[in-house]
Design a binder for this molecule. Structure first.
Ligand code: ATP
Ligand code: MG
Length: 557
């Protein structure tokens, strides 16, 4: 597998210039997830960027949990996030929590109050919103805006002491109620929340708001380049304002880049949470989820995710990346490293009538068609085998090159068989086939006077392993799924995103398969074992098909 290099991008160019100008002795970044859900592939872009830059510039990247909202956050998410960052291939050095800085942030707030740059407002939330104005109208000053420093101090102390209920007071920065940038119209920087925090417990009942916390946490950590997504561009003046107006320990610079958007999925934790709570998927690590834990369970490799992000690149342009780019990244990553094996998903029993009852020949098969270093394995072939039901048709169309009554097809790595009779079950459905093999057709030799084009895979019946196979496909059938009015996705969902097959037949060599080997099942796709596998009952997930079937379906429709 070859790792795509990070290459250059506009952010690295800025950093290079800063280094040339001697601005920094060390490059410091951070990845700042809010622990209110699991990481998704959009976060992978931010991780790749922040951890990748720190590594390549010999700097450091802090994993900082942005835990300023005690209501939505959970320790489970903190653990999952750390696991996923490591899985993606990055070493976690420093771990921090915005809540580590609550005391310092509180001091910064006092500093703003003392400088006459922050005030406690008793307007109810609704009125604060109303007073804020609109894009076309300036805001109005709150009656509390000109309260004295002493009164603001006293009120803020009472907020902290718990003298007020949720929403009864807020602390606001005193900036400019007429600013064309609404973020600058005296934003709220502290609110009251009587709610225990997962880390600080009941120590606080006031919590700092995102913009205030974020930039000042960056400054506390000595972050040099604070990389975030484009929706924060309008917040940058505020980011800079906070840093300029307290005695900030350092002066980080915020740089924005475009979010990763993927077709045929949704990517906000809010919507992903919804998919789980309404039972559309089994959980955060459902293999159809665009979460890192879902992709991992599905069988995606960390390298395929990194390569995908590298190929998308870092820009300021908003766009939507086609899901097939991600699917191709995993195909490309697995093709050279996945050993091949044979598996039959929907088995149809075939008796090769001209082989003796006790026949059992051992065939030496290459484990990888393009790489001899994978070696070979022995596959047994005897009188009874399984082929795919889909490889047989009673009444085939003209260009069907597989098996049909009287027809011929080659068994992969073996010989040509001819279908001599079809046995039906009580309902008249095809139950099994009787075939004859053509002894002269071993080693790829064609039968006399004709060419057998089709080659199908098969599994020996006597020693086949029974398995459950889960065929995963895109969760949505619409490229740009949006929730309905009730917040659900009914219409947009792909009803076939999961097809569970039982009684699948695997070749015997897979009895020794390790949990983390990803296989190419010939002609079917790439597969790996699901954690639900138990000895004697293997469960395989289809990671991806061999080729894109959606482009075709789209072209036909
Ligand atoms: P969500 O809407 O999914 O909750 P978020 O931006 O609120 O996403 P955070 O946990 O706050 O999620 O994000 C942590 C970091 O990851 C932030 O710096 C954020 O900008 C970045 N990030 C989140 N989603 C994407 C994305 N789709 N593409 C690139 N970066 C992203
Ligand atoms: Mg968020």
């Amino acid at each position: 597998m070859t790792e795509k290099t990070a290459g250059s991008n506009f952010i690295r160019q800025i950093i290079d210039a800063d280094i040339d100008h001697g601005k920094h002795s060390e490059i410091v970044t951070r990845f700042p997830p809010e622990p209110n859900g699991y990481l998704h592939i959009g976060h992978a872009k931010s991780i790749w960027l922040n951890f990748g830059i720190a590594r390549d510039y010999g700097g450091r990247c802090t994993l900082r949990f942005d835990d300023t909202n005690p209501v939505k956050e959970d320790a489970e998410f903190v653990e999952a996030i750390e696991r996923d960052v490591r899985w993606l291939g990055y070493e976690i050095g420093a771990v921090a929590h915005a809540s580590d800085y609550f005391e310092q942030l509180h001091d910064f707030a006092l500093e703003l109050i003392d400088r006459g740059l922050a005030y406690v407002d008793s307007l109810p939330a609704e009125q604060i919103r109303e007073y804020r104005g609109t894009l076309t109208e300036p805001g109005r000053n709150s009656p509390d805006r000109d309260n004295s420093v002493e009164s603001n101090r006293e009120q803020f102390e009472r907020m902290r002491a718990g003298d007020f209920g949720d929403g009864e007071r807020v602390l606001r920065a005193k900036i400019d109620m007429a600013s064309p940038n609404i973020n600058m119209r005296d934003p709220v920087i502290y609110r009251i929340r009587h709610h225990a925090h997962q880390r600080t417990g009941d120590a606080w009942c006031i919590y700092p708001m995102y913009d205030f916390t974020h930039g000042l946490s960056d400054a506390i950590e000595g972050v040099t380049h604070s990389l975030c997504t484009l929706e924060f561009e309008d917040h940058r003046p505020l980011y800079d304002w906070f840093i300029a107006n307290v005695t900030a320990p350092s002066e980080p610079r915020q740089i924005e880049f475009s979010r990763l958007n993927l077709s045929y999925t949704v990517m906000s934790k809010r919507l992903l949470t919804r998919l789980i709570s309404s039972g559309v998927v089994d959980g955060w690590d459902d293999p159809r989820m665009p979460t890192l834990s879902g992709l991992r369970r599905r069988g995606f490799t960390p390298a395929s995710v990194r390569n995908f992000i590298a190929s998308v690149g870092i820009t300021k342009k908003d766009n939507v990346i086609d899901m097939l780019v991600l699917e191709n990244a995993v195909r490309e990553d697995l093709d050279p490293v996945a050993p091949r094996a044979m598996a039959v998903l929907k088995p149809l029993r075939v008796t090769i009538s001209n082989l003796p009852e006790d026949h059992a020949e051992s065939i030496s098969v290459a484990n990888h068609p393009k790489d001899e270093s994978f070696g070979t394995r022995e596959v047994t072939l005897s009188r009874e085998i399984f082929i795919e039901r889909d490889d047989f048709m009673l009444d085939p169309p003209k260009k069907f090159f597989r098996l049909s009554p009287g027809g011929e097809v080659r068994l992969r790595n073996a010989f040509v068989i001819r279908c001599v009779s079809v046995e039906n079950d009580a309902d008249g459905n095809v139950a099994s086939l009787v075939c004859e093999y053509l002894p002269e057709t071993r080693n790829g030799v064609q039968p006399e006077g004709r060419k057998v084009k089709g080659i199908i895979h098969w599994v020996n019946a006597a020693d086949a392993l029974d398995a459950e196979v889960r065929l995963y496909d895109r969760l949505f059938r619409e490229a740009n799924p949006r929730p309905d009015q009730d917040g659900e996705f009914h219409e947009a969902l792909n009803p076939d995103s999961l097809v569970t097959l039982t009684g699948c037949k695997l070749e015997a060599s897979l009895a020794a398969a390790s949990m983390d080997t990803r296989y190419q099942f010939e002609r079917l796709g790439y597969f790996c074992q699901d954690p639900d596998s138990i000895p004697g009952h293997p469960v395989y997930n289809r990671i991806v098909t061999l080729r894109d079937s959606w482009a075709k379906a789209g072209a036909a429709g």
